[in-house]
Write a protein of this length. Structure first.
Length: 83
């Protein structure tokens, strides 16, 4: 059972938004600001992990400490400052 998940925010120049790259099934984020991206991430990520990565049997039979996912959030690299 996978317990560690990774989320990255990537800038889509053409669309003008941050988009998510993640191994969480069902997670797709598009946001104009990184703050908006993080708000959506915090609102949705854990519920999607529980809904899409754990079976009802896992939820009923495993202790909570085995079910709590680790979600690693990687902010995009800051823009370089002009010299």
């Amino acid at each position: 059972m996978q317990r560690t998940f990774v989320i990255k925010a990537l800038w889509d120049e053409e669309a003008g938004v941050f988009v998510s790259e993640s191994d969480i099934i069902g997670l797709h984020i598009e946001a104009e600001t990184i703050e908006e991206f993080e708000a959506i991430l915090h609102e949705c990520a854990v519920e999607l992990v529980i809904a899409n990565h754990f079976s009802p049997e896992d939820l009923a039979s495993r202790p909570m400490r085995e079910l709590v996912p680790a979600i690693l959030w990687q902010r995009p690299d800051p823009e370089p400052c002009p010299a």
